[in-house]
Design a protein around this ligand. Structure first.
Ligand code: AMP
Length: 282
């Protein structure tokens, strides 16, 4: 069934007020559209848990630190609505820029610490944009549950911290990364890869899996890092921005994973920035 597409907060609140009055559990899946099976896995999880499911599509200008990136970001609303049909969601919420940030908008949500590392150092202001829009979406939808992908692991931890710090009564669920058959993490940005670049893209995940195996055998990451970066760049990536092992909860840098940890990477391939992360065990 095609979900109603609502574009204003007023329309959204009129619906959610009825659901809340009926004591229904509301789930939200925030996205920037160009939906793929990774996004749809979050919708599936929300449908299993909740009475009502809202999917949001908003290409959030506040989280883009590069105007070309914002301009080139894929926008496929019609196809997105079609892909959602089989899930029977209740609302597809697609606000525009002025609806989300009306004239005079002046507030920013900043999460310190967790935003100072990894993507935070390479994309100034990005996570302020994410935390601000996600806080707004949580409050706008009055959702009880929110579904995010581990694909964006740092974002997931920042959103959790933000909801806890601001006492927003919502449970943030982290869902497994969905991959293409060759291991490449699904991402809307993969649409921007040329055929030639797409063939090279799985090298990032392959190398990360190799490192995770070495770490599991007890090799400290510092003995693996430089050679791994070289191999990723030799496979056709122009630059590895970071390749690091960090603790899950506070993203502290680790050499050996003495507590639950992830190997996280960001690398450029033919003008497209790809990120990935996997779990590592001591
Ligand atoms: P985006 O549209 O890229 O902002 O992503 C919206 C949500 O989908 C975020 O919570 C992402 O972490 C999640 N997501 C993106 N790619 C994947 C994937 N390959 N597997 C699981 N979740 C994903």
């Amino acid at each position: 069934m095609t979900a109603p597409i609502l574009r204003t907060l007023g329309e959204l609140r009129a619906e959610t007020a009825k659901w809340q009055a009926a004591g229904e559990r509301i789930g939200v899946v925030p996205t920037m559209g160009a939906l793929h099976d990774g996004h749809l896995s979050l919708v599936d999880a929300a449908k299993k848990d909740c009475d009502r499911v809202i999917v949001t599509i908003f290409v959030n200008p506040m989280q883009f630190n590069n105007p070309d990136d914002l301009e080139n970001y894929p926008r496929t609303e019609h196809d997105d609505a079609r892909k959602l049909e089989r899930f029977n969601i209740d609302i597809l919420y697609v606000p525009d820029g002025p609806e989300m940030y009306p004239d005079g908008f002046a507030s920013t949500v900043t999460v310190s610490g967790l935003t100072d590392v990894l993507c935070g150092t390479h994309r100034p202001g990005h996570f302020d944009g994410v935390a601000t829009v996600v806080a707004k979406l949580f409050l706008q939808t009055s959702a009880n549950d929110a579904y995010f992908g581990e694909k964006d692991f740092q974002q997931l931890q920042i959103v959790r911290r933000m909801a806890r710090d601001l006492d927003i009564p919502i449970t943030v669920h982290g869902c497994t990364t969905i991959r293409e058959i060759d291991g490449l993490a699904m991402s809307s940005r993969n649409l921007l890869l040329s055929d030639r670049a797409r063939v090279k893209a799985p090298a990032l995940n392959e190398e990360m899996e190799r490192i995770a195996e070495e770490i599991a055998k007890g090799t400290p990451f510092s003995e693996l890092q430089d050679a791994a970066i070289r191999r990723i760049e030799n496979a056709g990536f122009t630059k590895v921005e970071y390749l690091e092992v960090r603790a899950n909860d506070d993203l502290e840098l680790l050499d050996t994973p003495t507590r639950p940890a992830r190997l996280l990477a960001a690398a450029w391939l033919a003008g497209v920035r790809l990120i990935d992360n996997i779990s590592v065990r001591d």
